[in-house]
Design a protein around this ligand. Structure first.
Ligand SMILES: Nc1nc2c(ncn2[C@@H]2O[C@H](COP(=O)(O)OP(=O)(O)OP(=O)(O)O)[C@@H](O)[C@H]2O)c(=O)[nH]1
Ligand SMILES: [Mg+2]
Length: 424
C-alpha cells in the first residue's frame, strides 16, 4: 500500500548543564557560575493541503530535531535545538508502530500536533549550591529527547469520491475536471490506487475529488480491488456515481443496483451518503436508448447526462457536487474557521513520575505533573513548602525514593529545585 509508511522520529536531547566558577577581581572564589543546557528541539507534524501523498517520507528513514547546546560559564544558557515540522497531507493518521496506538488523526487544514518532545536542558552548577556545599562540582546532564517508530497512514480526505464499475470513465472524469493525470485505458482495473485532484470552479469555490479503483459485485465482502478503498470512500462527503450508459459491456440498471448494494454491504452509512448519479458515455450511439430504460426504471432519480470524452454536461455535475459538499460541510462544522490551527499533544499513559539516580548521592524525580506543581509553590513560605512535601508523600514519591535507595541528606532534584532529603 502506497499510503502506509514507517518512519523513526527522534526529538533533540537537552544540552548538559555547565560546571564553572566565578573568577572576578572581587570574587576570587566566587561560587558556582555554570549555566543550563539548551532544550532539545521538538518534532511536530502539520497538515499541508498542498501535499497529497506520503511519498516524500517514503525514503526518509528517520527524522531528527536539533540537540540543545551545553550550558556555558557566566550562567549563560545553551542554545535550544531546532524544532522540526513535518508537512503531511490532510487525512494522515499517525500511530506508534510499537503498539498501534493512535497518536494523531490530522483532519483539518493546518492542524499541528507535537509528536516527539525535546529533552530539557540540564541545570548548571549554579543551581546546586546549598548551605552544606557551596562549591558543587556537579551539573545535570540534559534529558534525552523522545523517540518513536511511527506508522503513518493516509486516508484520503476528499470531499467527493468517484465510484462505479471498472471502465465506466471515473479516471477520465477526474482528468477533465482537475489537473490530475490518472491512467486511463479500455481494460478494467486500470486504476489500482486512488487518484486525487482539486476541482476549481469559476466562482472561486472548489473541492477535492478522488477517483477510486472500480468496484465489482462482491466488493463489499472483499472481492476485486475496491475493498481496500471503500474505507476512503467512507470519508468522502459526497459520492459521484458514474454509470456507463453505452451498454457495450454492461447493463446500466443492474450496475446501479449492484454498486449501491455493495456500498451498503460494506457499511450502512455509505448508503446514506449524498450521491450524484451520472450517466457517462452519452456520446455513444446507443446511450440514449439505455438512458430511456434507466430513467423508466428510476423515475424519481435525478440523472446527469455527460460525456467525459467530449466534456459535455460536466459543469452541471461539478456545481451539484459543490452545493452538496457545502451543505455537508456546514452541517459538520457549524462555527469552525478554516484557518484554525489546532495544537494538541498526545500523552501516552505513564506513571506520574520516575525516580532516577544521578550518582553522587543525587536523585532526580522526573515528572511533568510535579514540575507543574512545583512552579506554583513559593518555597520561601514554610507552609507552602510543607504542603508540597505532603503532596510528594501522598503521591508515593518518598516511598519510591526510599525504595530506590535514597539516604538521609541526599539531594533530590525536582524540576529546577534541589532539596535535601530528610527522613524523620
Ligand atoms: N465513448 C466514451 N468513452 C469514454 C468516456 N469516458 C471514458 N471513456 C473510455 O472508457 C475507458 C475507461 O475509462 P477510465 O476513465 O479508465 O475508466 P475507469 O472507470 O477509471 O476504469 P477503472 O480504473 O478500471 O475502474 C477508456 O477507454 C476511456 O477512453 C466517454 O464519455 N465516452
Ligand atoms: Mg480508473
Amino acid at each position: 500500500m502506497i499510503d502506509l509508511i514507517r518512519v523513526k522520529v527522534k526529538a533533540g536531547d537537552g544540552g548538559k548543564g555547565c560546571v564553572a566558577w566565578r573568577h572576578e577581581k572581587y570574587y576570587p572564589n566566587g561560587g558556582p557560575f555554570g549555566g543550563d543546557g539548551g532544550k532539545g528541539g521538538d518534532i511536530w507534524f502539520q497538515v499541508d493541503t498542498n501535499e497529497t501523498t506520503l511519498t516524500k517520507l517514503r525514503f526518509t528513514r528517520s527524522i531528527k530535531a536539533g540537540n540543545g547546546a551545553p550550558g556555558m560559564t557566566k550562567k549563560m544558557h545553551g542554545k535550544s535545538g531546532e524544532d522540526v515540522i513535518v508537512k503531511v497531507p490532510l487525512g494522515t493518521m499517525i500511530r506508534n508502530a510499537a503498539n498501534g496506538d493512535l497518536l494523531a488523526d490530522l483532519t483539518r487544514p493546518n492542524e499541528k500536533v507535537l509528536i516527539a518532545k525535546g529533552g530539557r536542558g540540564g541545570l548548571g552548577n549554579m543551581h546546586f549550591a546549598t548551605a552544606r556545599n557551596d562549591t558543587p562540582e556537579y551539573a545535570q546532564p540534559g534529558e534525552i529527547g523522545e523517540g518513536f517508530d511511527l506508522q503513518l497512514e493516509l486516508r484520503l480526505l476528499a470531499d467527493a469520491g468517484l465510484i462505479g464499475f471498472p471502465s465506466v470513465g471515473k479516471s477520465t472524469f477526474l482528468s477533465v475536471v482537475t489537473a490530475a493525470k490518472p491512467e486511463i485505458a479500455s481494460y478494467p482495473f486500470t486504476t489500482i490506487e486512488p487518484n486525487i485532484g482539486v476541482v476549481s470552479l469559476p466562482d472561486d469555490r472548489g473541492f477535492v475529488l478522488a477517483d477510486m479503483p472500480g468496484l465489482i459485485e462482491g466488493a463489499g465482502e472483499g472481492k476485486g480491488l475496491g475493498h481496500e478503498f471503500l474505507r476512503h470512500i467512507r470519508r468522502c462527503r459526497v459520492l459521484i456515481h458514474i454509470i456507463d450508459m453505452s451498454g457495450e459491456e454492461r447493463n446500466p440498471i443492474e450496475d446501479y443496483e449492484i454498486i449501491n448494494k455493495e456500498l451498503a454491504t460494506y457499511d450502512l452509512s455509505l448508503e446514506e451518503k449524498p450521491q450524484i448519479v451520472v450517466a457517462n458515455k452519452m456520446d455513444d450511439e446507443y446511450s440514449n436508448l439505455y438512458l430511456e430504460e434507466f430513467k423508466a426504471a428510476y423515475p424519481d432519480l435525478k440523472v446527469y447526462e455527460i460525456s467525459a470524452l467530449t466534456k459535455k454536461g460536466i459543469d452541471a455535475v461539478l456545481y451539484a457536487a459543490m452545493d452538496m459538499i457545502e451543505e455537508a460541510r456546514a452541517a459538520e462544522e457549524p462555527e469552525e474557521t478554516k484557518e484554525e490551527v489546532v495544537v494538541y499533544r498526545y500523552q501516552p499513559k505513564r506513571p506520574d513520575f520516575e525516580v532516577r539516580s544521578e550518582g553522587m548521592n543525587r536523585w532526580r524525580v522526573v515528572s511533568a505533573k510535579i514540575d507543574r506543581l512545583a512552579e506554583q509553590v513559593d518555597f520561601d513560605k514554610p507552609e507552602e513548602e510543607y504542603r508540597f512535601a505532603a503532596t510528594l508523600t501522598h503521591m508515593g514519591i518518598d516511598a519510591a525514593l526510599r525504595e530506590a535507595g535514597v539516604k538521609n541528606g541526599d539531594q533530590v532534584i525536582i524540576g529546577s529545585y534541589i532539596m535535601d532529603f530528610v527522613d524523620e
